[in-house]
Design a binder for this molecule. Sequence first.
Ligand code: SF4
Length: 289
Amino acid sequence: MTDGVTGLAAPEALDIEVPRTAGSGIDGLTPAPELSRSEHFQAVREGRLGSVHSWELVTAVDGPGNRMTLFLAGCPLRCLYCHNPDTLKMKDGEPVMVDDIMKRVLRYRRIFQASGGGLTISGGEPMMQPAFLKSILREAKKHDIHTAIDTSGNLGHYFRDEDLDDLDLVLLDVKSGIPETYRELTGRELQPTIDFGDRLAKANKNVWIRFVVVPGWTDAPENIDAVAKIITRWPNVERLEVLPFHQMGRDKWETLGLNYQLDGVEPPGNESVDAIRQRFRDLGVPLVY
Ligand code: SF4
């Protein structure tokens, strides 16, 4: 089954896209052993095996403290400004078992505890592999590690309310507040993000919103107002991060042979980003960075 907007297979159909054999591997993570076809599918369906793009250690980004950010492969969106287009296809990742991810995560446990940090799962879109994502979160929580996901919320319906218990923080991207702009910018609909945000509010989950300022696309005052209107209905939002668009992903698009449409878009200046932050504050968004 393919999605009408992006032409991508729907996530249910994509379990089979977890690669069966490792490519060049990922430094610091053991590639999954080669399994028979049926063992492979079973491991994927049970959430023990998934497709990983990469990981890195970061400080003061992707959540509080020192963190390990794990990038899963696969995303249903096609944001025109995506700076990681090499994470979009699940089949381009490396097969890794949850146990091996946890071995790596647990090495940093003391650093996480000392800094108030933890594990952030990003992508791509981490919810593209819901069973795998849930397994990693569950294992991390068993070891009392702070957990966060970085998501567009588009596939939030794959998370049941009880799955939210394993999440300490959600970094939720609100890419536009206007449905038409959101669709043109991402190839997907805005409403699932709002629906997921509503559920996070109901569950009183800690949420940090991320919004990217793309000149000519998302910086119009009516768009800022629309984003603010969405955010201010969620009392659980702890902060809003306003991030300037940059051109650092352009080379990756070219290398991958993809059609990059934002070639002529200049990154916004500090003044205009600050003005947008101030507009958000004026509209009642509490903590704006
Ligand atoms: S949601 Fe993130 S990974 Fe997916 S296309 Fe958009 S920017 Fe890229």
